[in-house]
Design a protein. Structure first.
Lengths: 278, 327
């Protein structure tokens, strides 16, 4: 009893491995991002930042390493926001009535889709980190093996909670939408501001006031904080900015992500409760 | 509770201002095959959706398998199987996986589930399609799979919403064989269909619904007999004279001249009445070219009560005859 969400998870993962093209594309896309955008911007920023005075003994990280965390966040955002789309297809062309008419509580659909989406994000993030290390991203630099394992778990913790929040949101949107076109439009609309009003690609200190405030409420910013803390360190210089993360900063970011995920779960639960599919 | 497995009283359902179901009351006895018929837009689907918990009970009461739909939808869900009108399969899962998914969301324990899956696959004769994705099954196989799936949890009531739509005649016959077999093993069948001949053949009881209300109720034979009329189709050497003569018969209710001869409606049993008519025609020297006696069908019952032919219901504009091969 009460493990039905595992069934939803099982089914979604079956489809994931069955659609080889989608699977491969989802792994190539972040790699391309890093290889092209990362390499291009990296050389530019390195030139601009070369005049920067860095205190002796401070850790300086390359732009590629800096934005590596951003690519992890971006990929997770994309995958998660689209993670609920299968519900819309189920609703329009298939299985949703079978699911809704079954004795399984509807929360299980939300949780099952959430967990399978998190699994997909984990796979992607591991691939990105591996690929990043190959092309020169200095993640986990100077860590012992144990520290590296700990750091990876830390990254996955942040990715997982962030991912859940957006998967719940995605499920809620998918369930209330009628057409894939509408869903696509809404998700695209959400993605851009979330991505650009964050610290994924550049420091937020130089943002104009309102955007800076906005970015501080952006879950993306908090995910990137967490990833940088674990993968790069708590005190480093990048593109002319000094980054220091205290334990409190880290906990705050974690709390923000948890609160976000919790609120999104409630939203999704409400949508599912009211959903009528006939 | 009596032996009624479904009891609906004064059920109402509104979509905004539109009353789709307007105080419907009916019941289904345990173990029967019950047909719920009506033209498109009559409120059929709304009633089915309410009974299968996909729509809430707004007004009135409904009990399924002894559970109040408004208060215990969860229990109702455990007691029923549903074959939806539209396909509800995941096209990328195999036959076995589709059944496994179903068993798991209905919380069937693993051993029982696996055993039932094997039985069901055998029952619906999909043994050699076990590991084939449902997108590669024919329409008939998919339907069989869905019916099998609906039976997996051994439901007390199986709802079949247009189970044979879009299937060829042979497949439809086999489908009915399954359904009757299932019914004989004790499952009550709640059926909607557009095929009157099928409803006539399999139902123990029929309710006809239109404009959100039940307008006729009975077993198929009684419903047909209640129309109290047989039709005789006659072609003679002199239709005009025949018509005049027939109008003198007491049993004749109506004579209509058509391009294909006369259509005579009589209010007694045609098998006895027809020889009398033929003898009389011979006496008068009128030659009979062709004769046909038609007992009322469920189609006639349906048209009589709804004023519409079920296949054309809601599509009156299509009555225009189209040239053969034309688009």
């Amino acid at each position: 009893m009460a493990y039905e969400f595992a069934t939803i998870y099982w089914r979604d993962m079956l489809r994931f491995v069955r659609f080889r093209i989608a699977l491969v594309a989802s792994l190539i896309q972040p790699a391309l991002w890093m290889a092209l955008y990362g390499a291009a911007m990296s050389s530019n920023f390195s030139r601009l930042g070369s005049g920067m005075v860095v205190p002796v003994g401070a850790v300086t990280v390359s732009y590629l390493t800096f934005m590596g965390a951003g690519v992890i966040a971006l990929t997770t955002l994309f995958t998660s926001l689209f993670g609920g789309i299968t519900l819309l297809f189920d609703k329009n062309w298939g299985l949703m009535r079978e699911l809704l008419a079954s004795p399984m509580p509807r929360n299980h659909i939300i949780v099952g889709i959430g967990l399978s989406g998190v699994t997909k994000s984990f796979i992607q993030v591991m691939v990105i980190m591996g690929f990043g290390l190959v092309i020169g991203v200095r993640f986990f630099w100077g860590y012992t093996l144990l520290q590296t394992v700990g750091a990876i778990l830390g990254v996955l913790l942040f990715v997982g909670i962030f991912s859940l929040g957006f998967l719940f949101l995605s499920s809620a949107i998918s369930m209330s939408m009628e057409t894939p076109e509408g869903l696509q439009a809404v998700i695209t609309l959400l993605t851009l501001p979330l991505f650009f009003a964050s610290n994924a690609l550049y420091p937020i200190d130089a943002f104009p006031g309102p955007v800076r405030i906005l970015s501080q409420f952006n879950p993306m910013t908090h995910l990137v904080n967490g990833v940088r803390y674990f993968a790069i360190g708590n005190d480093f210089y990048a593109i002319g900015t000094h980054y220091v993360y205290t334990t409190n900063d880290l906990l705050l970011s974690l709390l923000v992500l948890m609160a976000f995920a919790a609120v999104m779960f409630l939203v999704a639960r409400r949508v599912f409760k009211k959903a009528v599919v006939t | 509770m009596s032996a009624n497995i479904i009891e609906v009283k004064n059920l109402e359902y509104k979509y905004g201002d539109f009353k789709a179901v307007d105080g419907v009351s009916f019941f289904v006895r345990e173990g029967e095959i019950f047909s719920f018929l009506g033209p498109n837009g009559a409120g059929k689907s709304t009633v089915i959706n309410i009974l299968t918990t996909l729509l809430p009970v707004q007004k009135g009461t409904a009990f399924v398998a002894g559970y109040d739909l408004a208060r215990e939808p969860q229990e109702v869900r455990k007691s029923i199987g549903i074959v939806f009108q539209d396909e509800t399969l995941d096209r990328d899962l195999t036959v076995w996986e589709s059944l496994e998914l179903h068993g798991r969301i209905y919380s069937m324990p693993k051993d029982e589930r696996r055993q039932r899956i094997d039985e069901i696959i055998k029952l619906v004769e999909l043994e050699d399609k076990r590991d084939v994705r449902t997108r590669n099954l024919s329409g008939g196989m998919k339907r069989r799979l869905e019916i099998g799936r609906g039976l997996m949890t051994r439901p007390k009531v199986l709802f079949l919403d247009e189970p044979t739509i879009g299937l060829d005649t042979q497949t439809r016959r086999r489908m009915w064989d399954y359904i009757k077999m299932v019914n004989e093993s004790g499952t009550t069948i709640f059926l909607t269909t557009h095929y009157m001949d099928e409803a006539d053949l399999v139902s123990n009881w029929i309710d006809i619904v239109d404009h959100g209300k039940i307008i006729a109720s009975g077993n198929p034979t009684d419903l047909k007999d209640a129309l109290g009329r047989d039709m005789i189709y006659l072609q003679t050497s002199d239709d005009e004279a025949t018509k005049n003569m027939l109008q003198g018969f007491k049993a004749v209710m109506d004579v209509k001249a058509t391009t294909q001869g006369l259509v005579v409606t009589i209010n007694t049993d045609g098998t006895h009445c027809l020889p009398l008519i033929m003898n009389r025609l011979k006496e008068k020297g009128i030659e009979i070219v062709s004769v046909n006696l038609k007992k009322p069908t469920l189609d006639d019952v349906f048209v009589h009560h709804t004023g519409r032919d079920i296949r054309n219901a809601g599509a009156e504009k299509l009555h225009r005859i189209q040239p053969r091969g034309g688009k």
